[in-house]
Design a protein around this ligand. Structure first.
Ligand SMILES: Cc1cc2nc3c(=O)[nH]c(=O)nc-3n(C[C@H](O)[C@H](O)[C@H](O)COP(=O)(O)O)c2cc1C
Length: 470
């Protein structure tokens, strides 16, 4: 059977998400991001295209690494202004039936107790279509505005996130029994107190003795998304994630990354296919290869190299304003940047030495992933090759212009893939987790979160509380 390719739309509650300067293109509507109608129309469009979900990125800081200030980010509208992603979901859920929502929030910026309730609320209101993209943050400017001198160091951020998730799993999986709400009018009992359990969590970062405030929602734990790339990040993803986002620029790097993640899933005691892996990509398509190439050239004319350097400086933690655009990359003092550039160069290798300008051009439309340019047939063929050669499950599609880039994919690429039997023709009924894996609404037994589940471990939960109260 031909393998189905899965699509997610990659967006953010801001203008021109990862395509700096493209907000100037006449077809781009991202400046309407403060209008609820913009989001409900986008959600309906993506559902028409049978996308798995809309994934909304987020940061809680400005990109001020470039030039050491946020001036360039502000001038460019580079993910600033940026509004809250969670508040968009209820309206989009009311406008759709099947589309999933992957919402990003950081583990460093909000206590897990109220956060658990907000996600449970959204899981109820979406009837089980909520996912959470767990990020540990990368912008020092975010940490500073929470009163910290800087962010925690990289691996400590993941250790902190481990406990953050432990608290959440205890609340989502281990506090309320499924039949705790009895709504017994005769006896005047709404909830059976015997069936609601204190979680008794006490750890290095969090103390949460009590019960979850929400009753069990369709999925209990939302579908967990993650995008860790470092060895520590991949281990964290393998223990927690059910959808994993990766951003390698070339097929070879993607193949290695996917293999590394599948092996890490096995090390974590899980099925290697128990997480869907989506590669970041941007598709520029039209009726013919020539029309698509012309569209791509036109987008390039609107793209802002300064905006791209604002982003890449933030992502890599290097101030690229200190270098001339024509400076060879070898002169940039960073191992991180050299290894990233080696990967880009391999994807687009014409033998010349890469300069700072090349990084900016690469990242100026859709961020660090590859760009597929061509007719529906050509793009479908490339995507199928990538899937066959890398074992990736699908693509997380950034836009050049919105909603135009998504409309183009749905008009030109989706029907070709469907004809080839390589794309779904209908949604599976049920929750987002069931749509992704076909195995029910709740976390599978081998998942880390299931360890905190009621049932077998019921007494443990109570014991934990007793231990907590002493
Ligand atoms: C497709 C994709 C989307 C991401 N979205 C966000 C985001 O919205 N917010 C954020 O703070 N980090 C985001 N990240 C960054 C990751 O969470 C993570 O910090 C990064 O991949 C580096 O992983 P590492 O810390 O394990 O090296 C994203 C990464 C990728 C590849």
């Amino acid at each position: 059977m031909t393998r189905h390719i899965r699509f997610n739309a990659f967006d953010m509650n801001c203008v021109a998400h990862q395509s700096p300067g493209l907000w100037r293109h006449p077809a781009d509507r991202s400046h309407r991001y403060t209008d609820l109608g913009y989001w409900t129309e986008l959600a309906r469009l993506l559902e028409r295209g049978l996308f798995d979900g809309l994934f909304i990125a987020d940061v809680l800081g400005t990109y001020d690494v470039y030039g050491g200030t946020d001036e360039a980010a502000l001038r460019q509208g580079a993910q600033i202004p940026v509004a809250d992603p969670l508040l968009l979901v209820s309206a989009m859920a009311a406008a759709t039936e099947h589309l999933g929502f992957g919402i990003t929030t950081g583990t460093g910026f909000e206590h897990p107790y109220p956060f658990a309730r907000r996600l449970s609320t959204l899981d109820h209101l979406t009837r089980g279509r909520i996912g959470w993209n767990v990020v540990t943050g990368y912008l020092p400017s975010a940490a500073r505005n929470f009163g910290e001198a800087d962010q925690l160091d990289h691996d400590t951020r993941y250790d902190h996130a481990d406990e953050y998730l432990e608290v959440l799993y205890k609340l989502w999986e281990g506090s309320w029994e499924d039949d705790a709400v009895v709504r017994d009018a005769e006896r005047g009992i709404y909830i059976d107190p015997e069936k609601v359990h204190h979680i008794g969590h006490r750890g290095p970062h969090f103390t949460v003795p009590g019960i979850h405030l929400s009753e069990p929602s369709p999925q209990r734990s939302p579908v967990i998304y993650q995008a860790g790339a470092s060895p520590r990040g991949v281990r964290f993803a393998a223990e927690n994630a059910e959808a994993i986002f990766v951003g390698p620029p070339s097929k070879r790097v993607l193949r290695d990354t996917v293999a590394r993640i599948r092996a890490a899933l096995v090390d974590a005691g899980r099925d290697p296919y128990s997480a869907r892996i989506y590669a970041l990509a941007t598709i520029v398509t039209d009726a013919t290869d020539e029309a698509a190439a012309a569209k791509h050239e036109e987008y390039k004319r609107y793209a802002s190299l300064e905006g791209a350097l604002v982003f890449t400086s933030g992502w890599m933690g290097i101030d690229l304003s200190r270098y001339d655009l024509d400076e060879p990359i070898g002169n940039v003092e960073s191992n991180a940047i050299r290894s990233a550039v080696a990967a880009f160069q391999e994807a687009d290798d014409d033998g010349r030495e890469w300069r700072v300008r090349d990084i900016a051009e690469w990242a100026s439309i859709g961020g660090l992933g590859p760009r597929f340019v061509g007719s529906g047939e050509s793009v479908a063929t490339q995507l199928q090759e990538w899937v066959a050669e890398t074992d990736v499950d699908g693509f997380n599609l950034a836009y050049a212009v919105t909603p135009g880039s998504f409309e183009d994919v749905i008009t030109h690429v989706v029907p070709v893939l469907q004809e080839r039997g390589a794309y779904p023709t209908t949604y599976t009924e049920g929750t987002l987790r069931h749509k992704l894996f076909g195995k029910g609404d709740r976390l599978p037994d081998e998942h880390r979160g299931a360890r905190y589940r009621l049932g077998a471990s019921l007494s443990t939960v109570t014991d934990r509380y007793r231990a907590y109260v002493g």
